[in-house]
Design a protein. Sequence first.
Length: 508
Amino acid sequence: MVNAYNKLLSLSKTIALMNSVGDLLDWDQETYMPKEAIEARSLQIELLASLAHRQKTSKAFAKALSALIDMETGEINDDRLTSAQIAALREWRRDFLKDSRLPNAFVKQFAKTTSTACHVWKTAKEHSDFKAFAPHLEKIVNLSRKKADILGFKEHPYDALLDLFEPKMKTAILTPLFSKLKLPLTQLLKDINIKTPFLEDFLYRHCPKHKQLEFSHKILYKMGFHPSSSRLDTSAHPFCNALHPKDTRMTTKVHPENIMSCIGAVLHEGGHGLYNMNLNIEHYGSPLCQQVSLGIDESQSRWWETLIGQSYFFWQHFFPQLQEEFPEQFGNVLLEDFYRAINAVKPGFIRIEADEVTYNLHIIVRFELEKALIEGSLNVKDIPDAWNAKMREYLGISPEFDGQGCLQDIHWSLGHIGYFPTYTLGNLYSVQFFEAFEKTLPEWKEHVSKGALDFIRDWLKENIHQYGRQYTPDELCQKVTGKGLNEEPYVNYLKKKYGMLYHLNGVD
């Protein structure tokens, strides 16, 4: 059985390497690839996607997997395997059953379509030209509907797409969950809107691009990144490609007049990167060296971006350094004013720059639009109007142009329909995890105020990162927090933090 498991792992490593080459091509396309190379790049990505899919669904892989687990029942064929190996087999079987349903021709078509669409989206966003992007999005929506039909679902076609990013998550779970969030979030926003806005104009002073990147590298170094195993570059939309635990590619977007946009993106992608870096490299190629879900993955990025990166204690250490690097911009700014400014609540158009109170309202907009697109109650051509209407309903604002609205984000061009709800799930998971972290390390504020972040990284590695997909998202949440996913801790966190910041209802 040891030999059988190692044979399966060897086949899986080959697939992982193929996928990492595809990810490398994606990274290059978003960072350094010449624009005119898109046609060749689309064919390259199509070829790699096809080769990887053939390997994942090959007779050799099926035979190696079947020797260890019953493909119909999921029953393990040998009781000498470790619990971690059994979990890996469970996840291998899950992936194989999904992958084998998708015809190779469909996988090739989807990869080529999204590669081209991603390229078109960049230009469409720059020129706020939804009509140019619409035909490509139409193809992606149609292919996504077809994918849902191929994969199968019991209740709603969107469930099949959700499950690709957040295993076992369903529309029937998200709909009431989001409804429970919507009311307290919109009420908190109303309570804050009647308060005097914080002074924050100093956040929008010109900061040279190269100096923003230099400062970002200082933060990443403190988080645990080193140039020998990671990179930070720039792209139209920030992302993190996890090629290998020893190769993490992160990007940010630099706005010369908004340094916190860059810093927030770096902290966010750094959270993803640490998850990748801290996976168990001994199991590379297996599900034990993969993120358990996008929701858990997003919990790590939001943890670093908001719970740490927007805390007063983080900036007790980093704000003096920021003042030293940018004396003209921040030299005369008080830490207390800076802290309030970076946590100011103000409805905005761009999700990645949204404050904590309004952030999830952006996700709910996306979820409702995606659900409507997949079930066929919304046509692609009507997206701009539908988007603007929901923004007015939930956030009280309406984009002036589509680049500020429905074209703001890269995910649809990548074919990632079903992805967006994981951002809100990540917020919910992050706060539950953080409550467990605080109970274990109540002195964390003092350490962070002195610039120590390594103990946070170690806690996350020990409790979350090292397990890969050994546990399901719900099992991991139960293991770390002692309870299942719940919106109440997150809502309470927001009410407490922003109640204190804005002096709401006597909260001090």
